[in-house]
Each structure stands twice: as structure tokens, then as C-alpha cells.
Design a protein around this ligand. Structure first.
Ligand code: NI
Length: 182
């Protein structure tokens, strides 16, 4: 397994729609495992293929807590086929928008249909954090990020903060590399 590079805003691939997967190959299965490993290492509770630069409709999710056994989901071509009427508001974050959080309104419960890695059709009824995470990850496949639910002012501010933080980290890294060379 390998850790993958996670794209960050404002990378253009994060705005693209992903393609349906026709054949589940060993290579895709390996990528799903790498995505899970990358998500756990980040750490995060969900990761969608476009976030690693792959415009294919697949996501990994694990919302289990630290002291619970792991419960990973690998979803291929996931579709929300039903949802409850109630809405909930939750502070969301995203590995492509590092260290930024904002409240987003979601359905409290959803039913998602997807293929597992063995091409078997699965139907999952989800509530709580799992429901929110499914809605967040599936939007990635449409090129939509949680910050797209915010006002333009708030969204632009968050992107500027991420860029500023990245510039700071990069310049800091350059300096430390330079010192090592000396
Ligand atoms: Ni995300």
C-alpha cells in the first residue's frame, strides 16, 4: 500500500465531475486500499477519488471512533436513492481544504446504493456522521466541495487561508532543506 498525495483547493480537478466505473479492476481495488491508508494517515473520515486526482466514481469512508474497531466502506458508483425529511447542521471539514471547518446543512438520513470491490450491489441506510460523510463524499464526485455551500465571501476567505498556510509551509520547508544542505 502507498500514501497518495491529496489535492488541495483551488486545484482544478476538484471541480470536475467523475466518470462512472465500468469494470472493477485489481488496479482500482489497490487504489481503494491506498485511499483508505491515505485517509487514515491524514487523518480523515472520508476520501473521494478526485481528491487524489482520479476522476472516477469511488469513495472510501470510515467514521468509527479511535477506540472502536475500524469499519471501512469502499463505495463504487455510489448513488443516494432516498433520504429522510429532516435536515441537520454539522461543522464539516475536508482533506482538500485542510484545517478549515464550517457548518453545512445535510439530510439526517440517506440510503445509498453502490457496488463493493467484488462488484456486489450493496444498499446502506445511514444516519449520524456516516450519513453526513456519504453526502459530502458523493458531492466530490460532482466536483462540489463543502465550501460551495457557503457564501462567496466565506468561501473565498477559506481558500485564501489555505493558500496562505500552504505558502508558509512551503517556504518553511525550503528553509529547513537548505539548512540540511549546509
Ligand atoms: Ni472532502
Amino acid at each position: 500500500m502507498a500514501l497518495l498525495k491529496i489535492l488541495e483547493v483551488p486545484h482544478p480537478l476538484l471541480k470536475k465531475k467523475s466518470e462512472k466505473i465500468e469494470v472493477i479492476t485489481d488496479e482500482l481495488r489497490k487504489t481503494l486500499n491506498d485511499m483508505l491508508e491515505t485517509m487514515y494517515a491524514a487523518p480523515g473520515v472520508g476520501l473521494a477519488a478526485p481528491q487524489i486526482g482520479l476522476l472516477k466514481r469511488m469513495v472510501v469512508i470510515d467514521v468509527s471512533r479511535e477506540n472502536e474497531p475500524k469499519k471501512p466502506y469502499k463505495m463504487i458508483n455510489p448513488v443516494i436513492i432516498d433520504h429522510g425529511e429532516n435536515l441537520v447542521v454539522h461543522d464539516e471539514g475536508c482533506l482538500s481544504v485542510p484545517e478549515q471547518y464550517a457548518p453545512v446543512e445535510r439530510f439526517e438520513t440517506v440510503t445509498v446504493e453502490y457496488l463493493d470491490e467484488n462488484s456486489k450491489k450493496q444498499v446502506l441506510h445511514a444516519d449520524g456522521l456516516l450519513s453526513i460523510c456519504i453526502q459530502h463524499e458523493l458531492e466530490h464526485l460532482e466536483g462540489i466541495l463543502f465550501i460551495d455551500h457557503l457564501s462567496k465571501i466565506k468561501k473565498d476567505m477559506i481558500i485564501r487561508r489555505v493558500e496562505k498556510e500552504r505558502r508558509w509551509k512551503n517556504s518553511h520547508q525550503d528553509k529547513s532543506n537548505h539548512q540540511e544542505e549546509e
